[in-house]
Design a protein around this ligand. Structure first.
Ligand code: ZN
Length: 335
């Protein structure tokens, strides 16, 4: 069997480990050596040695301060030799700075690709993903069921702009809910055409010195001031004390931007007026497209519908396994 030559993948204590490479992938706990795919808090921990993209390093420094460990920050495509392997980061298309990790074992050329959180389609606030062939593929499968097919981006943005325009025309305040790193910048970029002033929550505002130079043609924006919100579109994270204060805002209409908008009844579940399926994850056709492009001999699935998507791939003739289980992430809000 050729699988004896594949780069070994294990799952221990809830984290992915490549024992032959001496590297943990987005570990939840402090590790000796870790790759961090992007700066979302569920992937950030303190490690003795961290590999990440340059932008992820800067975003982590703004969000969490400088850690004690050593950080090796790479440009996309820049190779790094590490314990008999060549490591390379590729844009993952998920949020600014998000990276996939490609590993080549120098002794025999065996390869592995770890996607981290990703999407293939072009979004509004992150460079497009790049895929490389690999023998082993570890992929996230947040939306790994056939029912998850996102509409074209232009359609989603048009519906969002209509919601904003109608709410303002009625004298109300559109409140757009998305987490501060990634979704907030994507919503801001989507409002480019709306020509309305925007207020951003402080947690997103804090990241703008790093994000803004990477994004073009942003609309006018300033930090949230609920006493002067009239006439603005507001971009806020979906949780926090401000959610209660919003009730006192006259004519506030809320919209959540997430891939889970595709689920029936989602707006009742999230208690918002509207839902728009703006996601920074791959949908089901993109997951299949990823496998077709990578042409792996073996696939491991992580996050969301791991079991279902792995079984789906096996029916399609691929060797495929779920890596651990964290189905509580099924409805994680950052999706
Ligand atoms: Zn993420």
């Amino acid at each position: 069997m050729s699988s004896a030559r594949l780069i070994e993948v294990t799952h221990r204590n809830g984290s992915i480990h490549l024992p032959g490479v001496g590297l943990w992938l987005d570990p939840q706990k402090g590790a000796e050596a870790a790759f961090i795919s992007h700066a979302h808090s569920d992937h950030v921990a303190r490690h003795r040695w961290t590999l990440c993209s340059l932008l992820t390093q800067r975003l982590m420094a703004v969000r969490y301060g400088k850690g004690k460990g050593e950080v090796m920050a790479l440009e996309f495509g820049q190779p790094l030799e590490w314990q008999g392997h060549e490591l390379r980061l590729l844009p993952a298309g998920h949020i600014l700075g998000s990276a996939m990790l490609h590993v080549t074992r120098l002794s025999d050329g065996a390869t592995l690709l770890y996607t981290g959180d990703y999407k293939l389609r072009q979004g509004l606030a992150a460079p497009r993903a790049e895929i490389l062939q690999a023998d082993t593929l570890i992929m996230e499968t947040t939306f790994g069921l056939p029912k998850f097919v996102f509409p074209p981006l232009e359609e989603v943005v048009a519906a969002l702009l209509q919601f904003v325009a109608e709410t303002l025309a009625a004298g109300g305040t559109p409140v757009l809910l998305g987490y501060s790193l990634g979704k907030a910048q994507e919503i801001l970029a989507a409002l480019r055409e709306a020509r309305v002033p925007v207020m951003l929550h402080g947690s997103a505002m804090k990241l703008m010195p790093v994000c803004a130079p990477e994004l073009r043609d942003l609309p006018e924006y300033r930090e949230l001031d609920l006493t002067a919100a009239q006439g603005h579109a507001l971009i806020l994270p979906p949780t926090g004390g401000h959610m209660l204060q919003l009730r006192s805002l006259p004519g506030a209409r809320t919209a959540m931007l997430t891939g889970w908008a595709l689920l029936p009844g989602a707006k009742y579940r999230y208690r918002v007026d509207e839902m728009f399926p703006l996601s920074d994850h791959a949908d089901y056709p993109e997951l299949l497209e990823t496998v077709a492009q990578v042409q792996p001999k073996c696939v491991y699935t992580v996050h969301g519908y791991t079991r279902e998507f792995a079984a789906d791939l096996r029916r399609r003739g691929h060797e495929s396994w779920e890596l651990g289980q964290d189905n509580q992430l099924e409805l994680r809000i950052e999706a």
